[in-house]
Unconditional design. Sequence first.
Lengths: 313, 305
Amino acid sequence: MVLQSTPIVASSRITRWRASPKWQMFTSSPLAVASAAWLIFVVVLAFVVAPLVVDQANHQTIAMRFYAPFRLDKGFEFFLGADSLGRPIMLQLIVGARTSVLIAIFAVSISAAIGYAVGVVSGYFGGWIDNILLRLADIIHTVPSLLMALVVLFILQPSIFNLIIVLGITRIPVYLRTSRTQTMEVRERMFVEVSKAIGASNWRIITRDIAPLVFPTIRTLAMLEVSAVILSAASLTFLGIGLQRPDVDWGMMVSDGRAYLKSAWFVAVFPGIVIVLTALSANILSNWLRAVEDPAQSTLFFRAKKKRGAAEE
Amino acid sequence: MYTYLGRRLLSGFITLLGVVVVVFFMSRFTGSPIDLFFPEGAEPAQIEAFNKAYGLDKPLAQQFGIFLLNVAQGDFGTSIWQQRPAMEAALSEMPMTLLLAAIAMTISILVALILGSLAAVYRFRAVDRTITILSLMTSSMPHFWFALVGILIFAVQLRVLPTSGSNSWLSWILPVATVSIGPIGVLTQVVRGAMIDVLSSGYVRNARARGFSARRVVYRHALRNAALPIISVAGDIAAGMVNGAVIVSVVFAFPGIGRLIVGAILNRDYPVLEASVVVVGVSIILLNLLIDIICSIVDPRIRLN
């Protein structure tokens, strides 16, 4: 294997030697591969397929009302049935994917970027600004996120943009606290002392010495937050706050189906399955990233793998 | 210990103050309750009298000052829709939510401790993989959808559980399950991670070397040291149970603070909204304080730092 045979001579070899175990761990984990595939599939549906089918998805055919799923006689788009207005559920799901993916990507990026930057700077300098920021984060943290979002979205007009802003802001404390704590720990390390001693500016220390070390944690956290944000957004739209037709997302579709649970179960069940699959994929990938980044766990992984391999032979 | 406690109390108080300020301004921005309370074309005099009665005719800054003074005396005003003190309304709904959260928390912690420890002991084997995937699955489950599927299976198809209400213990099953399903998954993973760390530590190896039984090593030596991260995550989760309570109140018409808050938002019942968010805020601050105290007892290094 690459692991044993590659000599550590040139720097290019070293990066290869370092990079391949991660890839190896990725490909040897069918769940991680499947999750990544599903997420890519959803993103493609959201940005490539959704614009093509949006008119067809919102086309109402009363004759097709609650058309039962798993039949092909009315065409492939009705394979997952039709909702209370005769709209094909499969196409609605694809259009809904666009909303959910947009919200997830932007809300997570906003909160991760702000939380990461502010957390590192505030953790590095400390002092009263740090205190105030931490207090603010505490306040946001104390009001339950769903409650906060409910109140804010009630003030603002329902729209995808506002949903993104609200979810983006309410999730900042998660990153802020994490990056702050980690920065305070990294700040005390020897190489930071050395940088200071050779006269590096604070800016340089923050961007070159500290931020790169905090980044992997933020990346893993952001992956985890993708699933949290998808679930929160769906909860809000399920409660009927945050979005309005013709915009649609998976939470709204479940909410539409709620009234017809007895007569047409599939209207509420299918969107939920898609939410679970997507959130689960993000969760699995985050879990995998954490395992890869944690040297203790990845060592254990390879040891367990070797042992299993030896036992099989 | 006392200086530590004092510091925590002070910071809790400041947070509470912040919550009060945020709540006041947020609720004022949701619009006026007049549009909802009066039919179109109501007498201007009537509206004026309404505004006067609830202090809505004064400038915002003055309203805020009066609000702070009253809050300091525990007075949140009268509910606009229910004709009783807002604080009374909030406090009367709280016990139900606390009970729901307490039951759900107990179940989640117990299940998570068992499953998480099992996964850690048998890590990277079939048991661990099954538990990990299951726990990831439950933590990826949206509350509201789980609740609906629960209704679909147990109320509509099997007809063994009621769809709503809170009268018999049977009607508690689905709400409790809905609120605890996510926490079980998250906590199981935390327990697993913490246990893996602890099980590979020196003192556990030492305990094994001394010949203690596997059970004793896990429960007496490992679990106690893994307690810290588990407790702090459990605190966050307990605080987040209000989210679940909101969903449960909507799907199962389950009583509690969730129902009150959703109603207050939709009716723009400011006093009730303010009182209930503050009650929730105080509960969460107290909970965090409790968690901090427990952590500082479990690990004295925290309070000495």
